[in-house]
Write a protein that binds this ligand. Structure first.
Ligand code: FAD
Length: 370
């Protein structure tokens, strides 16, 4: 079947968004915060019913069967309309990506459509107190016992854990193998007995993350996804998707930069603030050009985009605070911006780690000494 052109699709998406944007929650970025989960899920169902969910996913799994370029157009039009393009990046990009690439036919049938229509809301159970950048050191155990795995351990920084009914979990299945070769990847129902979810409080005052404790959790063996002990490969594939997705937020970033320059004109910037703003705007335009040639899908340059965009967002938040002066210390959008911006430089792999990846894999520099 002939696909509709990207331009035609873009016009159709823009018209639908104009008519329906009033039903969307505020644009929260990649992950729906717990206090907006009901609105986020209703928005996802509306998107699904209107035929804009899973744009480049196969039709047999509830998607639209279009191309990544169509999906890119949808993300751009949502950014222009100031609405979230999906309920939650963890489900639509990470869990969906893992199931699509590594899942059995049963797993695809069980999860893909249910993720698109917001019946399954996902969280990511990777980081641990002793394993963040060095994720390969994770110690949560999954021990085979008959037709199930017994899970014990602790995860941390789990965004939206308490409002998710499914999680993607990386756990150690072979403690004797070299560390990257003894990890497996699982799909976990969050309501299993023995899973305890405890909210963490951030410096913004909000509580978007959870600690998740596993105590003798019995997980049916068929919830393993991808090869046994081959979970590192599954995890790295989904993290590359995540970085590509974070990089794709360049479109909403440019919108922010535009509003920043308008704000600057209103306040009368001093020469150093003007210099800083011009640098940020120029960098933003350069990244936008790069994003347009790549589209929002993951690519070898995803680390470059992730690093560039999140560092720039950090710079914009700090400049905004600087322009407001002492007022930025009061409760309000400036202080929220400044206290939440550091998280973007850490989530999905910190800036330092992205620099290592760029140095070693893109520039061919010598590997970091162990
Ligand atoms: C907003 C946000 C959302 C998140 N959501 C989730 C989630 O849903 N699920 C989940 O599992 N995790 C999540 N995380 C956790 C995130 O993946 C980790 O915070 C991240 O991988 C860094 O790990 P860490 O916090 O343990 O820091 P560490 O790894 O301990 O790093 C500490 C510092 O050392 C630096 N560093 C570490 N290794 C190197 C190196 N080799 N070279 C140079 N510098 C290095 C780091 O850059 C950092 O500055 C989230 C984090 C944030 C901020």
């Amino acid at each position: 079947m002939e696909h509709e052109s990207v331009d035609y699709f873009r016009d159709r998406a823009a018209a639908w968004l104009t008519a329906n944007r009033q039903h969307a929650p505020r644009d929260y970025g990649a992950i729906c915060p717990p206090d907006l989960i009901n609105e986020g899920a209703s928005w996802q169902r509306l998107i699904f019913d209107a035929g804009f969910a899973g744009i480049h996913w196969p039709v047999e799994h509830g998607g639209q069967g279009l191309s990544p370029a169509h999906h890119g157009a949808w993300v751009e039009e949502c950014a222009k309309a100031g609405v979230p393009p999906v309920l939650n990046m963890v489900g639509l990009v990470l869990a969906g990506g893992a199931v699509m690439a590594f899942g059995s036919e049963e797993q695809k049938s069980q999860h893909l459509l249910s993720t698109l229509n917001a019946d399954h809301v996902w969280c990511q159970l990777f980081s641990e107190p002793g394993a963040g950048s060095d994720l390969g050191s994770l110690s949560t155990k999954a021990e085979r016992d008959g037709d199930r795995y017994i899970i014990n351990g602790q995860k941390v920084w789990c965004s939206g854990g308490r409002c998710s009914n499914w999680g993607i979990l990386m756990a150690r299945t072979n403690p004797d193998a070299p560390k990257h070769e003894g990890i497996s990847f699982f799909l976990v129902p969050m309501n299993l007995p023995g899973i305890e979810v405890v909210p963490l409080r951030q410096m913004t005052g909000e509580s978007e993350f959870d600690e998740v404790f596993f105590t003798d959790v019995e997980l049916p063996a068929e919830y393993l996804i991808g090869p046994l002990h081959g979970g590192w490969g599954v995890g790295m594939a989904v993290l590359t998707n995540e970085r590509g997705h974070i990089g794709a937020s360049v479109i909403s970033l440019e919108r922010r930069l535009e509003s920043m320059s308008a704000l600057g004109r209103g306040h009368g910037l001093n020469p150093s603030q003007r210099d800083e703003l011009v640098t940020l705007l120029s960098t933003g335009i350069a990244y936008k050009a790069m994003a347009q040639t790549q589209g929002p899908i993951a690519s070898t340059a995803s680390s470059l985009m992730k690093l560039g965009i999140t560092e720039m967002m950090f710079g914009v938040s700090m400049l905004r605070g600087n322009i407001s002066g002492a007022d930025a210390m009061l409760e309000g959008p400036d202080s929220v911006g400044m206290t939440s911006a550091p998280g973007g430089r850490i989530a999905g792999g910190s800036s330092q780690v992205q620099r290592n990846i760029i140095g070693e894999r893109l520039l061919g520099l010598p590997r970091e000494p162990k």
